[in-house]
Design a protein around this ligand. Structure first.
Ligand code: ATP
Length: 229
């Protein structure tokens, strides 16, 4: 079966400096894939290329049967990729509700369903996003991405900088999204949570895919060699 997302031989540059040297990864419908690797190995750059926030240097990005190469980022969203970017990025001067509603596209995810996942957002509907706690802003960033009714949700460090109890709330929500059948590409620092969640792991080393397999095949040796843990 054709995967939902298929990235092959992806390269990318920041000015003259090359950051990606050949990333290969695929995400099937309903599959959860963890993108792993030490700091600076190219995870965020890969996600930026997939979401068309920066141009690929070369290689191919196919999503739901379309070649994404020529699309702008708002078009990527229209094709069904929902990004929760590193650092959250909600619209601070807008209320929680406005943040959610302005992202909305038709589909099964609406205010009610996002509220079921994160009841706290509904309690805080009129509150300005910039006055939310870090955890609430993260919930809002995930809620906004869901309101676009994506076929693929991309989570870049969604639990970064949060208190352990809030982190657990976010992981609970991500697990619920997996159970609901959403395809997810996820970057996170918690190897333990990633291994418990993911169907497959892809490891990047110096901007290229060096390993891909089931979390159960991710041996201590591989973790030491590629993840530094
Ligand atoms: P981290 O876990 O630290 O976020 P990462 O695996 O997501 O790391 P990237 O942020 O994709 O890695 O970085 C890949 C390479 O590209 C690194 O060498 C980094 O220094 C470089 N890089 C990232 N962003 C920029 C930028 N805006 N300008 C120039 N170089 C960049």
């Amino acid at each position: 079966m054709t995967p939902l997302l298929e990235v092959s031989g992806l390269t990318a540059f920041y000015g003259p400096s090359q950051a990606l040297f050949g990333v290969d990864l695929r995400v099937g419908a309903g599959e959860v894939v963890a993108l792993m690797g030490r700091n600076g190995m190219g995870k965020t750059t890969t996600v930026r290329c997939i979401c068309r926030m920066m141009p690929a240097g070369g290689g191919r990005i196919a999503f739901a049967g379309h070649d994404l190469g020529a699309l702008a980022s708002h078009e990527a969203a229209r094709h069904g990729i929902g990004l929760v970017p590193e650092g959250r990025r909600c619209f601070g001067p807008l209320s929680v509700e406005e943040n959610l509603v302005c992202a909305a596209r038709p589909g099964e995810w609406d205010l009610g369903r996002v509220g079921d996942l994160f009841p706290r957002l509904i309690e805080r509907r009129p509150q300005l996003a910039r006055t939310l706690s870090g955890g609430e802003q993260q919930m809002l960033a995930i809620g906004r991405a869901l309101m676009t009714n994506p076929k693929l949700l991309v989570l870049d460090e969604a639990t970064e900088g949060l208190a352990p109890v809030v982190r657990q709330e976010i992981w609970r929500a991500i697990r619920a999204l997996k159970r609901a059948g959403l395809a997810i590409l996820i970057i996170d620092k918690s190897l333990k949570d990633l291994k418990a969640l993911a169907d497959r792991c892809v490891i990047l080393e110096r901007g290229a895919t060096v390993w891909s397999g089931a979390p159960t095949a991710l041996t201590d040796d591989l973790c030491v060699r590629y993840l530094g843990v």
